[in-house]
Design a protein around this ligand. Structure first.
Ligand SMILES: Cc1cc2nc3c(=O)[nH]c(=O)nc-3n(C[C@H](O)[C@H](O)[C@H](O)COP(=O)(O)OP(=O)(O)OC[C@H]3O[C@@H](n4cnc5c(N)ncnc54)[C@H](O)[C@@H]3O)c2cc1C
Length: 455
């Protein structure tokens, strides 16, 4: 419980106007984009720098007050919900781009920077930060969840783009880990320990990110198939073609149908692959396009919409970025349970066909980052209706079971949060105990984002 004395102390650290116990602010920081029940924090703070975050953590440690980090709350598994109340640290006041080093393909940023704003700024240098989760996420939140997205198939996830981190530990100590070199074999890989730890081990305040050059030219295709298996088998064929897709997505006919209805489009309501390739000359991309078309047609494609250049790429891909919003809009009053299984590519077709059977009686949409074996299933339903929700839960359980049987994972990119905690014993076996010991070592009082990852 936060006292008036606590509030006075916290105000002295960040300034009076950067502390709030107002109802609407607490509400805003009580939920993410998932169906998980909201929980109000006691207070929201907006620190300005690493030192202030450290002083807050030191005080909270003495008073045994829980702290949960907050980017913009776009998580899908309840990751930033402050389930034990206490302090929420919102990084909105820490949005400085500290320095750009184009010659090193690096940028130093504060944790509250929105990656889309960062990419707008970096485009002046011909550079970009590739992980692309779609929503307007912060760098701190992306590191917290090890977010990835449509470009991961070519560039990797957030963790693959971190060179250095400043992290505030429970108790307030600040550690600076990593270096500016593009590779290192020096010691334990602490960067990858913090990336994806969902703020349960430390709060990231600054990061040095690895950048990529913006490709010179783009080519994209939207390809439809009559049968799902033809589409999903084509994923492997494209991946093994020798050309490296910059994005390769699968969408089932339900997704195409909901987009048609919601956006007044008229796409073929069939299993669909959406692809992007990067290159230099138009001639080169044309030749590549012809080859990819041939692969698709050998695998039973029925329709291809295609184009070369940035405008064409944007035209063909726009609908993919609208998917989540369209699904939600078409089901007013219902909430989404979002599955995020990922399997080795050889198991992709098996996984998708298993999912389609499991969800045939539900209002379900199946799509995902096919090029890296990631599949999302959004089921729209009513969490407060126990009978209906238990069917959704059962399907979720069986689908994760199948992903694990195929030697995959319960979550490819959304993290564990609250929603995937029960799957960790099956996925990690005895190594889960080591994870718990690491948590205990770094956060013995369980103050940082308590109630997440482990049951
Ligand atoms: C429409 C939509 C599409 C999405 N698509 C994708 C997708 O394709 N791929 C994908 O990976 N995700 C996707 N997401 C999920 C989400 O956008 C990402 O996980 C994103 O990285 C969350 O960022 P955030 O700033 O909102 O963080 P938050 O949700 O606020 O926080 C995320 C986690 O990180 C912790 N945290 C926040 N800041 C810090 C910090 N500074 N230090 C340490 N921990 C911190 C929080 O406590 C929490 O556990 C999508 C979400 C939506 C709504």
């Amino acid at each position: 419980m936060i006292t008036n004395k606590d509030l006075s102390f916290l105000k002295a650290i960040v300034g009076e106007q950067f502390v709030s116990t107002g109802e609407s602010v607490l509400n805003l920081h009580s939920h993410d984009e998932s169906y998980h029940a909201p929980v109000l924090p006691d207070v929201v703070l907006w620190p300005h720098n690493t030192d202030e975050v450290s002083r807050i953590a030191r005080y909270a440690f003495q008073r045994k007050i829980p702290i949960t980090g907050w980017g913009v709350g776009t998580s899908l598994e309840g990751n930033p919900i402050p389930v034990r109340h206490g302090i929420v640290i919102d990084f909105q006041q820490m949005q400085r781009v500290i320095s750009v080093r184009p010659e090193d393909f690096q940028v130093d940023v504060e944790a509250g920077v929105i990656y889309k704003d960062l990419n707008k700024m970096l485009s002046r240098h011909g550079l970009f930060f590739p992980p692309d989760p779609g929503a307007s996420a912060t760098i701190g939140g992306m590191i917290g969840n090890n977010a990835s997205g449509i470009r991961t198939v070519k560039y990797g996830a957030t963790k693959d783009h971190i060179l250095r981190l400043a992290v505030v530990l429970p108790g307030g100590e600040v550690i600076r880990i990593g270096n500016r070199a593009r590779k290192t074999s020096s010691g334990y890989d602490l960067i990858h320990l913090f990336a994806g730890s969902e703020g349960t081990l430390g709060l990231v305040t600054e990061a040095t990110l690895k950048l990529a050059g913006i490709p010179a030219n783009f080519m994209a295709l939207r390809v439809t198939f009559t049968k799902i298996k033809n589409a999903t088998d084509t994923v492997f064929k494209v991946m093994s073609s020798g050309f490296s897709p910059a994005a390769l997505e699968f969408l089932d006919s339900n997704v195409i149908g909901v987009l048609n209805r919601d956006r007044n489009l008229s796409m073929e309501e069939q299993p669909t692959l959406l692809m992007e390739f990067n290159g230099f000359s138009e001639e080169g991309l044309k030749a590549e396009m012809a080859y990819i078309e041939e692969i698709c047609s050998e695998n039973g494609s029925t329709f291809i919409d295609k184009g070369i250049g940035r405008t064409e790429r944007d035209r063909l891909w726009e609908m993919r970025h609208l998917t989540f919003e369209s699904i939600k809009r078409q089901h007013p009053g219902l909430l989404p349970l979002i599955m995020d299984v990922v399997v080795p590519l050889s198991g992709y077709s098996n996984m998708v066909s298993f999912i389609k059977k499991e969800v045939r009686e539900l209002q379900a949409y199946v799509f995902g980052h096919a090029g890296d074996g990631n599949i999302h299933v959004i089921v729209m339903d009513e969490p407060t209706d126990n009978r209906r929700w238990s069917r959704v839960d059962e399907a979720h359980r069986r689908i994760v079971g199948q992903a694990l049987a195929l030697e995959g994972s319960c979550t490819g990119e959304h993290g564990v949060g609250i929603g995937k905690r029960s799957f960790l014993p099956d996925e990690h076996g005895s190594s889960l105990e080591l994870m718990k010991q690491i948590k205990k070592l770094i956060d013995p009082e369980e103050l940082f984002n308590p109630g997440k990852l482990f049951i």
